[in-house]
Write a protein of this length. Structure first.
Length: 87
């Protein structure tokens, strides 16, 4: 699995040392996912902990909600960074 992702977190895309990565269920066990290799991905601890038992879609909605909230607070620093990411 680690080799399949070339050592990168499937959620944030950053390199994760072999001794630091965690295994995440793409479809969480709590939502009917299985312990099969095609349902597992390499992730960093931080994002695996944040994802919890959310599906990929639910997790993305949560992250978009956080970004939306922060943007509404008129935080120029983050607004500029998000805008640059969306180019």
């Amino acid at each position: 699995m680690y080799e399949r992702t070339h050592g990168k977190c499937a959620i944030c895309g950053k390199f994760v040392r072999f001794d630091q990565f965690t295994i995440d269920h793409i479809i969480p066990l709590a939502k009917g996912g299985m312990n099969e290799s095609d349902n597992l991905q390499c992730t960093c601890r931080c994002y695996n902990a944040m994802k919890q038992d959310f599906s990929k879609e639910e997790f993305m909605e949560k992250m978009i909600g956080v970004l939306d909230y922060q943007m509404k607070k008129e935080n120029r620093k983050y607004r500029k960074r998000v805008k640059n990411c969306c180019k």
